[in-house]
Design a protein around this ligand. Structure first.
Ligand code: NAD
Length: 360
């Protein structure tokens, strides 16, 4: 198979982790007889430095013409970088919002899986962890509060800020369909999370999700209020399979789900549109504190590349080969500093990439 992949290394540790993911993809290409053609484009702080904006139209168009995008991370040290001395729409992370919108990436999938080898890093008690957990958070990505009308005004010397949360039924329906489709390939259980006791947008959310559920009689649907969900994630994480929710709730809950896996450096993500096109990136940020030191864990990005093979290229066997290689390296006791524990072998970013590639 011939695939055009746009890479966006971005800022901080981005270039280091994307390099390792491409190394692993190249090994997959070699073993399974595929050709992956890469084209690098700038986004985030590096694009601001080069062009004065976090994402140019050219970069967006190049991404649009590709089969899939592999992204590292964007952004710098928020309290200590010139990239943040400008209007919010010119900051590095604005590139991220613009590319999601520009590519119509409305569905964000973040798996939260507890590797047995890393269960010591899980902050939950053993009796809560039980047999572990394996869930995906399906978050709506292009609507809701982050994309609504906003303004700040001053009246009689008092500042007042307003943000608005809007969803239409089509936006809800398309993400619900994705969630039920994914549930069909998993344990067939969707928990839809909202705040229907307060918000109109949540009441519409619930109504549309129930309509979609009728087309999936094999999938069990449950509704859960977002505050309860935040508690259940740390009380009984094993009960979740597919969590379906809107943009802001998903932003917060997916970070919480990440945290209970114990390591942000292990968590992949995919953002999809209505076709097979997707953007794949680790769930963590650009970690400027460890950039350029060979300390970053590349596994989240490598697992994101595996998701790319599965969701955009239909290469399930190859995706599994990457996931197995990651599992093998962990079982053999290799660890980057963020997941290091006693008795294991500490390795850097590049060595971790080598070890995984060697096991494909
Ligand atoms: P972060 O995820 O970059 O870092 C949080 C902590 O986790 C840091 O201590 C960091 O060293 C560590 N960490 C993160 N990824 C790691 C990895 N792969 N291996 C080992 N350790 C890792 O979050 P932050 O510090 O809040 O944000 C830093 C910058 O990243 C900010 O500019 C923020 O806006 C940006 N950001 C970008 C994205 C994105 O590009 N999708 C997402 C979140 C944050």
């Amino acid at each position: 198979m011939d695939c055009k992949i746009v890479t966006i290394s971005g800022d901080g540790i981005g270039p280091e982790i994307v390099r390792e993911a491409c190394k692993v993809l190249d090994k997959v290409a070699q073993v399974y007889g595929h050709s992956f053609h890469y084209k690098e484009v700038l986004m985030g702080g590096c694009s601001i430095d080069a062009y004065g904006v976090p994402l140019t139209d050219e970069a967006l168009n190049t991404a649009r013409e590709s089969d899939a995008v592999l992204l590292g991370a964007v952004g710098g040290d928020v309290g200590n970088s010139r990239w943040y001395d400008v209007a919010p729409n010119l900051r590095p992370e604005a590139g991220l919002l613009a590319i999601r919108k520009g590519l119509n990436l409305f569905a964000n999938i973040r798996p939260a899986y507890l590797y047995k080898e890393l269960s010591g890093a899980c902050p939950l008690k053993k009796e809560i962890i039980g047999d572990g957990f394996d869930m995906v958070i399906m978050r709506e990505l292009t609507g809701g509060l982050y994309f609504g009308e906003r303004h700040t005004e001053e009246a009689d010397g008092v500042l007042q800020a307003t943000d608005t949360l809007t969803y239409n039924e089509n936006e809800i329906r398309r993400i619900a369909i994705k969630a039920f489709d994914i549930a069909m390939k998993r344990r067939k259980h969707v928990i839809s999370v909202d705040k229907a006791n307060v918000l109109d947008s949540s009441r519409l959310w619930r109504k549309v999700v129930e309509e979609v559920a009728k087309d999936y009689p094999e999938v069990k649907l449950e509704h859960m209020l977002v505050d309860n969900c935040a508690m259940q994630l740390v009380m009984n994480p094993g009960r979740f399979d597919v969590v379906l929710t809107e943009n802001m709730f998903g932003d917060i809950l997916s970070d919480e789900a990440s945290m209970i896996t114990g390591s942000i450096g292990m968590l992949s993500s995919a953002s999809l549109n209505e076709s097979r096109f997707g953007m794949y990136e680790p769930s963590h940020g650009s970690a400027p504190d460890i950039a350029g030191k060979d300390l970053a864990n590349p596994i989240a990005t490598i697992l994101s590349a595996a998701m790319m093979l599965r969701y955009s290229f239909d290469l399930d066997r190859e995706a599994e080969a990457i996931e197995r290689a990651v599992q093998k390296v962990l079982t053999e006791g290799y660890r980057t500093p963020d997941i290091m524990s006693e008795g294991c072998t500490r390795v850097g970013t590049v060595r971790m990439g080598d070890l995984i590639a060697e096991r494909i």
